[in-house]
Design a protein around this ligand. Structure first.
Ligand SMILES: Cc1cc2nc3c(=O)[nH]c(=O)nc-3n(C[C@H](O)[C@H](O)[C@H](O)COP(=O)(O)O)c2cc1C
Length: 210
């Protein structure tokens, strides 16, 4: 099947069905007037080590209201990305309804605020990984009702729960990161396999495994 994205009804579902699984950024922010906000974003990834950079993309609005996360980040230049893991997956889902801006989603989801050090937005205490970030830029994508903002952020400080990290190695068994598939489907990261990466040897014109 050939698909022209501009002329295919439901292309959004096709796209989010094939780019899988996606990690989920649980983004906490504070508005300029001090209201705390928390919402999940799975158009999310890490894109550079130096400067340590993450991106996520938010639609400008959801139906009747503009998205609080994007507005808060544009207002304050700060946010925290908390990694969604299996034990907090249901809590994450509760925060994804389009609540009015004065609603505190930490309370809705029964999650605990932990103070951040570099930014005003609180961390999610129940998440084993929190990244305190400053906004680098918001790149506009699209227009009208489908307009998105691609948030590019620099990690100022990362917190990793002690039992999840050994040296620089993350223990994936303990992390239990949750993946987003299409629609309401999710996956665990408990089924893994190893593949050693080949190294190209120019003398033999061959790639070898080390
Ligand atoms: C797992 C999951 C991932 C989501 N990913 C995105 C996303 O990448 N971009 C987006 O605009 N909305 C995404 N949403 C929808 C937002 O979380 C939802 O619109 C939320 O109400 C926005 O909250 P806010 O207005 O407080 O920022 C996602 C929802 C779920 C459940």
């Amino acid at each position: 099947m050939r698909i022209d994205p501009l002329n295919f009804e439901g292309f959004n579902r096709v796209l989010t069905g094939v780019v899988v699984p996606r990690p989920i950024a649980f983004v906490s922010t504070v508005s300029a007037s001090g209201v705390v906000n928390l919402a999940p974003y799975s158009f999310f990834n890490a894109v550079a080590y130096d400067p340590p950079t993450i991106v996520f993309s938010s639609s400008r609005s959801a139906g009747y209201k503009s998205k609080d996360t994007l507005r808060n980040i544009e207002e304050t230049g700060q946010f925290v990305v908390n990694i969604v893991v299996d034990p907090i997956a249901e809590a994450m889902n509760k925060t994804s309804a389009e609540f009015p801006e004065d609603v505190d989603e930490f309370e809705i989801a029964g999650l605990t605020q932990a103070p951040s050090e570099m930014v005003k937005a609180p961390r999610v205490a129940e998440s084993p990984v929190n990244m305190e970030c400053k906004l680098e830029q918001v790149v506009p994508i699209g227009s009208g009702e489908h307009a998105h903002g691609l948030v590019i952020g620099t990690i100022l400080l990362m917190h990793v729960r002690d039992d999840v990290i050994d040296g620089h190695r993350i223990n994936q068994e303990k992390l239990m990161a949750t993946g987003r598939m299409a629609g309401n489907m999710y996956c665990h990261t408990s089924d893994r396999f190893e593949m050693v990466r080949p190294v190209y040897d120019p003398e033999k014109s061959l790639s070898t495994y080390r």
